[in-house]
Ligand binder design. Sequence first.
Ligand code: VLZ
Length: 125
Amino acid sequence: MPVDFSGTWNLVSNDNFEGYMVALGIDFATRKIAKMLKPQKVIKQDGDSFYIHTTSTFRDYLLEFKVGEEFEEDNKGLDNRKCKSLVTWQNDKLVCVQTGEKKNRGWTHWLEGDDLHLVLTSNFY
Ligand code: VLZ
């Protein structure tokens, strides 16, 4: 059975989101609000086609992509920096590399028990 991320996921813990936002240059006031949020993710997966809608009381972010096909990402409402994104499978992990101004930028999703995990990465420079 291939892995299926489809479902509605609620934030239960959030470690060092502040550090990620600082690396992306998100301003102080926005960080204070964003840290308090308990975003929800609605994921629809059809094989290698993904719809990931992150919603919160403050801002929403929608991402649609196909694994293995590079696309332009605008990060609108996040740091608004454009990048080229490519998502690939690394075993059962979904790995996104976001090539642009920020080095080492990307994220990784995986499932563990009943939980969806997400690690977001960016260098400061
Ligand atoms: O997720 O990149 O699932 O894009 C937080 C929204 C979402 C709240 C953070 C507003 C981005 C934040 C999550 C204001 C600065 C993300 C990817 C993987 C899909």
